[in-house]
Design a protein around this ligand. Sequence first.
Ligand code: MTE
Ligand code: MO
Length: 514
Amino acid sequence: MGVAELAAGALGRASSSPLLAVGAGFIDLTPAWLKEFAVRRFGSNDKTVLLIGLGTGIAVAAPAIGLLGRHRLAWGLIGLAAFGVVGVVAALTRPVAEPLDAVPAAVGALAGMAALTLLTPGTRRRPTPAPVSRDAAHGTATPAGGDATGATGVPAAGAEIGRRRVLLTGAGVIGVAAVSGVSGRALVRRGDVSSARADVRLPRPAVPAPPVPAGAQVRVPGMTPFRTSTSDFYRVDTALVLPQVDPRDWTLRIHGMLARPVELTFDDLLRLALIERDITVSCVSNQVGGDLAGNARWLGAPLAPLLRRAGVRPGADQILSRSSDGMALSTPLETVLDGRDALLAVGMNGEPLPIAHGFPARMVVPGLYGYVSATKWVVDLKITRFATDQAYWTKRGYAERAPVKTFSRIDVPKPFARLRAGPVAVAGTAWAQHRGIDAVEWQVDGGPWRPARLAPAPGIDTWRQWVAEWDAAPGSHTLRVRATDRTGTTQPERRSPPFPDGATGWHSVVVTVT
Ligand SMILES: Nc1nc2c(c(=O)[nH]1)N[C@H]1C(S)=C(S)[C@@H](COP(=O)(O)O)O[C@H]1N2
Ligand SMILES: [Mo]
């Protein structure tokens, strides 16, 4: 594994590391229910959990292969070769694979086979039997106890040498593995674009964001911030290795059903009239009460005029966007052209996009779930038809058209909180991006719905906070919330899972009042 990491580092292709390639392949083969489970259970830590799982699998398989090889060397070698084949297949089936990506897994498997051969007793010259001892000569020798003893059953000098050699070879193998693994990771980090990101100077927006009204932030302790800080912004993607895209090499190809296809460099993009907008992005995998949503201030170029200038051909209904790591997302074209602020974003909360959030450029379309709109590390937009092209998640059965569902959440008090009887602030967040939240109602123990006070918001593309005062009486209570958007649609009571187009249901919180 260490030698394979070194090879991947030398190639400068992190995604060809067998560990990461197998992990990425695993993500792609993960059925929707398991993906939902992983995101629900582990949220943005899902990838760490996957890597720990893979590491555990290897930690179990490697000694098993070693023991097999001890039994019969050929079996151990076959086991390692099988590992290698899995790694090669995984690396070559990545969407952006190159033939050279087969090298790390193959070299790693060969190194493993060499190490196993060196370490397997019996493959070296057998230790020369020690001179027959007197005891043995008198016929009291115990039966031979395997490789570690001489033929006479007495620990032999040759066996000592053999053992020492195994220990030295073992230490050597561990040393090579550690040094190559660590230097491989270091070589991969050479490709890190953090310093290129630090050099980016974003222009001022031609159109600044509408001011966030005073009072958008409800003043209740423990309440979610109206603006999500970049470090707290949720992250959901299939990228086990963060794509490292240097803005100096970045281009965006816009092609397909267009009269005049275009290709933009990063400087071209920065020269466009950029606008700044507060937009809430949310994930289809968000469960009722979940936190896979964030509200940031995005700086970007409006996408619609770019497409109009390129001349969209009649019949097109989809933008198939691709990221540098080969991920494909599909977006309904009409939503991007209907006047909303669909952006090619370069800035987030006043800084260049963080690498984890799509540096140097990503899409942001208010009102659509992330998987049909928010392509990070975007490098290619193909104007096409849903009948012709499918994207990663739509191929897996998720909806092609996935407007964000009207959603509300109780943020305070927290589930199972213990509260003092008397006035208690109940507060939370509601969203229905690009329709806007019109009302939030709350209830106690299934009683009548009461209107909550809605905080103002800068527009219909962000979430809105709400607050209510509850005169809490002692006992155990269930608080519930539901929102209504400006089209008059009320969040339905019926609970449904995120697959295939977003979860539904009322959020409830149980608290104890004393
Ligand atoms: N390249 C790429 N872009 C992507 C994804 C992805 O897997 N790869 N995931 C999408 C999904 S499902 C969501 S919810 C948003 C999340 O954006 P964030 O990680 O910046 O919060 O990114 C979208 N853009
Ligand atoms: Mo998502």
